[in-house]
Design a protein around this ligand. Structure first.
Ligand code: ADP
Length: 399
């Protein structure tokens, strides 16, 4: 079954095509990016056999862009299909599924209505996700579509973990911890169980998704029982340009003292904080580390804070588990930075966690970097969110 996966964002779209007969390597991947040139979209595409394509089209219209992207599947240098009707399913990454969706689900008018109702909770994601769904419905009219929610994996968190200690009315208003990056946390948890030759239901894990956005999940018996992101993806860890958790009293102070508006606070905490805000340089950890090595105090502080908060939150996740079988790193930082693996693991020796110094190198394959005698395994796993979404389509729609 050939399945197309779409991750439609507000200014860029990513898509991948899988054929289950050929395994988890995408036959074709493509990206549309509207951020670099006003009124124009840049397309990049590549195939599993190494063909590449780049082009620019003068359009701001997302559906036109998607149509053009899908045309590259059937003609030109990255063609992999003879006709679009070979696509039997489309899986959509949808950021917010609210309290309604604990699992992936075929898209119906009712599902679309719920995604729309949730716009206020995910204003920069759900509208783009719905727009992507409607565009694909118009391009591939007869093909079943599936919504895969980033919140779904966390939807079974116990109420004590998902409820904020505000007034009880918040519960009725849906103001609660939802958690995000669920597709990634779920994928790496299953992959860890596979690598440990165990049932996921027998394991207790902490998964660390460390990319531009960062979050942790405490996973017991295959269920996310706690996570660091909350009502929005702003909560929890320090991130590339997001603050993570800060004392909410700071917001009242800025509103009263500097007359900051909600939009200004939103920009401050989402775009001008985190590694970028503290280092004054970049949201990219590689650049922050480079500057720290060259003697930048602010870059060093940004890195030290990133690690301090990561360790503190790993500690918080430990409190939601009864033991720790494995700590798992994934996403851009988690898959690549041996400096982060070492620093993040340093304080957990009392748990019997020991890294193997010989294994602290980037690898293109998933690896266990713990020492043989370590009582806690430590995995570096390459997250495969698109593949996980495609697999959900297969599960839901059948072969
Ligand atoms: P996103 O959350 O947007 O999907 P990624 O998971 O691709 O992002 O992560 C991107 C981030 O990963 C970059 O901003 C960079 O900070 C980090 N990163 C990538 N490679 C390395 C590396 N070798 N060392 C440290 N950080 C890295």
């Amino acid at each position: 079954m050939k399945t197309l996966v779409l991750n439609a964002g507000s200014s860029s779209h990513k898509a991948a095509l899988f054929d289950f007969a050929k395994g988890e390597t995408a036959l074709w991947r493509s990206q549309l990016d509207w951020t670099h040139q006003a009124g124009r979209v840049e397309l990049t595409a590549q195939t599993a056999d190494g063909r590449q394509h780049q082009a620019v089209l003068a359009t701001e219209d997302k559906t036109t862009g998607l149509r053009w992207m899908l045309d590259t599947l059937v003609e030109g240098p990255v063609q992999v299909l003879s006709a679009l009707n070979e696509i039997k399913a489309v899986g959509h990454r949808v950021v917010h599924g609210g309290r309604d969706y604990q699992q992936s689900i075929p898209i119906t008018p009712a599902v679309k209505a719920t995604i729309q109702q949730l716009f206020p909770l995910a204003p920069s994601h759900n509208p783009a996700n719905l727009q992507g769904i409607e565009a694909m419905e118009s391009i591939l009219a007869a093909v079943p579509q599936v919504a895969v929610f980033d919140t779904a994996f966390h939807a079974q968190m116990p109420a004590a973990a998902s409820t904020y200690p505000g007034p009880y009315e918040w519960v009725e208003q849906g103001i609660q911890r939802y958690g995000f990056h669920g597709v990634s946390h779920r994928y790496v948890a299953h992959r860890t169980a596979e690598l440990m030759h165990c049932e996921l239901s027998d394991l207790q894990l902490i998964t660390c998704h460390l990319g531009n956005g960062c979050s942790l999940s405490a996973i017991r018996d295959g269920i996310s029982v706690d996570t660091t992101m909350g009502f929005t993806p702003l909560d929890g860890l320090m991130m590339g340009s997001r603050s993570g958790s800060v004392d909410p009293g700071i917001l009242f102070y800025l509103m009263r003292q500097d007359h900051c508006t909600p939009d200004e606070l939103d920009t401050l905490l989402n775009k001008a904080a985190g590694l970028k805000g503290i280092s004054g340089l970049s949201n990219d950890l590689r650049q922050v580390l480079e500057a720290a090595e060259q003697g930048s105090d602010r870059a060093q502080l940004a890195f030290d804070m990133f690690i301090h908060i990561l360790r503190r939150q790993i500690g918080a996740m430990l409190g939601s588990l009864g033991r720790l079988d494995a700590l798992v790193f994934t996403a851009g930082i988690g898959e690549n930075s041996a400096t982060v693996w070492q620093a993040a693991c340093q304080n957990w020796e009392f748990l019997g966690l020991q890294l193997d110094p010989a294994k602290l190198q980037r690898s293109s394959t998933d690896q266990d970097i713990a020492a043989a005698e370590s009582k806690v395994r430590v995995y570096v796993i390459h997250t495969q969110e698109e593949w996980a979404i495609a697999q959900d389509c297969l599960k839901i729609l059948g072969a």
